[in-house]
Write a protein that binds this ligand. Structure first.
Ligand code: DOR
Ligand code: ZN
Length: 344
C-alpha cells in the first residue's frame, strides 16, 4: 500500500504574489496547497499604508481561482515616514498581520526601505504595544560587507540593538540562511520567530556558482556554505516552535532572471510541499513536517491552525519546468532530485 501523510493544511509565512498578470498566474500555485500566506508588500510602488493594503487585498481576492479557499494575510512595507496610527488601525482591522522591514537597497524593490533605523522607533514601540510582528529582511547593505556575511553582521549591528531597545517587540527573522541566525534565534525568548525557505534547505552556494552560473538559484539572502544549509535543516526539522515555513517564493520571468544583472528569487510555490516532505523524510523527521509547515507559524502569529488537511502520498512527484504567465515563463525551482512525495 502507498504510504500517505496527512497534515493540517499548511500556511506560507512569507510569499511574493506580485500584481496584475503575474498575480493571476502564480496565485493558483499557492492556493492549491496553502490556506493562508503573509503577502510581501514589495510591489512597485510598495504597499505602505493601510489603504494600499486594502486595495492590494481586494486585487488578490479578485484573482483567486474559482472555489479557492485562501486568506491573504497582509503586511505593510515599513518606510522612514510610516505613521504609527495608520499601522495600529491596519492591525486593529484584522487585515494586516505584520510590518515588513527592508533595509534600503537590500533586495527587490527595497529602495523605499529604511536607511536610518532611528526614524522607525515610534512605529516599533507602537507595534510592541499592540503585539504586531515585525518581519525583517536581515541583511546589511554596506558595500564593504561581503554579501555572504551580510546576515550575520545584520544580527549584531541592527537586529539585536533594535530588540534590546524595544522590549516586547515580536520579530520574525525572515528566510534565515546561516548557522549564526539559527543560533541567535534559538537563544531568544518567544518574541522571536524565524522563517526558513524550501530552497535554502536544498541548495548551497555551489549550486549557484559551481560548473557555470545558475541564475535560477540566485535569491536573497544568497545561499551560503554547506555547513549553513545543514544548520537550517537541523533547525527546520528540530521541532523547535520558533522555526516555521516561509517559502519566499518569488516569481520573476525568465527574461528578468537571465539578464546580465538578473533578479533575485526562486519560485517554489508549485513544488514546496513535495520537496519539504522529501527533506523531512531524509532527516527522519516526517512527523515534524506538520509543526514546521502548519502549526508553528499560526502559534507565532496568534492565529488558529487550519481545520482542513493536506495529504501527500509517497509517489515520485512530477512538476512543470515553468509556469506560463502573460509576461513570459517563470521557471519552477529545480531541487536537483525527484521528490518522493506528491500532494494528492
Ligand atoms: O530572492 C528574493 N526575492 N529575495 C528577496 O528578498 C525579494 C524577493 C523578490 O521580491 O523577488
Ligand atoms: Zn521575500
Amino acid at each position: 500500500m502507498t504510504k500517505t501523510l496527512t497534515i493540517r493544511r499548511p500556511d506560507d509565512w512569507h510569499l511574493h504574489l506580485r500584481d496584475g498578470a503575474m498575480l493571476r498566474a502564480v496565485l493558483p500555485e499557492t492556493t492549491a496547497h496553502f490556506a493562508r500566506a503573509i503577502i510581501m508588500p514589495n510591489l512597485f510602488p510598495p504597499v505602505v499604508t493601510f489603504a494600499q493594503a486594502q486595495d492590494y487585498h481586494a486585487r488578490i481576492l479578485a484573482a483567486l481561482p474559482e472555489g479557492a479557499e485562501f486568506t491573504p494575510l497582509m503586511a505593510l512595507y515599513l518606510t522612514e515616514d510610516t505613521d504609527p496610527d495608520d499601522v495600529a488601525a491596519a492591525h486593529a482591522s484584522g487585515l494586516v498581520h505584520a510590518v515588513k522591514l527592508y533595509p534600503a537597497g537590500a533586495t527587490t524593490n527595497s529602495a523605499s526601505g529604511v536607511a536610518n533605523f532611528d526614524t522607525i522607533r515610534a512605529v516599533l514601540e507602537r507595534m510592541a504595544e499592540i503585539g504586531l510582528p515585525l518581519c525583517v529582511h536581515g541583511e546589511v547593505t554596506d558595500d564593504d560587507i561581503d554579501i555572504f556575511d551580510r546576515e550575520a553582521v545584520f544580527i549584531d549591528r541592527v537586529l539585536d540593538p533594535i530588540r534590546q531597545a524595544t522590549p516586547g517587540l515580536r520579530v520574525v527573522m525572515e528566510h534565515i540562511t546561516t548557522r549564526n541566525a539559527v543560533d541567535y534565534a534559538t537563544a531568544q525568548d518567544d518574541t522571536l520567530g524565524a522563517t526558513i525557505t524550501t530552497h535554502h534547505l536544498v541548495i548551497n552556494r555551489n549550486h549557484i556558482l559551481a560548473g557555470g552560473i545558475k541564475p535560477h538559484y540566485y535569491c536573497l539572502p544568497v545561499a551560503k556554505r554547506e555547513e549553513h544549509r545543514l544548520a537550517l535543516r537541523a533547525a527546520a526539522t528540530s521541532g523547535d516552535a520558533r522555526f516555521f515555513l516561509g517559502t519566499d517564493s518569488a516569481p520573476h520571468t525568465d527574461a528578468n532572471k537571465l539578464l546580465p544583472c538578473g533578479c533575485a528569487g526562486c519560485f517554489t510555490a508549485t513544488n514546496t510541499m513535495s520537496i519539504l516532505a522529501h527533506v523531512f523524510e531524509e532527516e527522519q523527521a516526517l512527523e515534524r513536517l506538520e509543526g514546521f509547515a502548519s502549526l508553528n507559524g499560526p502559534a507565532f502569529y496568534r492565529l488558529p491552525v487550519n481545520e482542513t488537511r493536506l495529504t501527500l502520498t509517497k509517489t515520485p512527484a512530477t512538476f512543470p519546468s515553468h509556469i506560463e504567465t502573460e509576461d513570459g515563463p517563470v521557471t519552477v525551482f529545480d531541487p536537483g532530485f525527484v521528490p518522493n512525495w506528491t500532494v494528492v
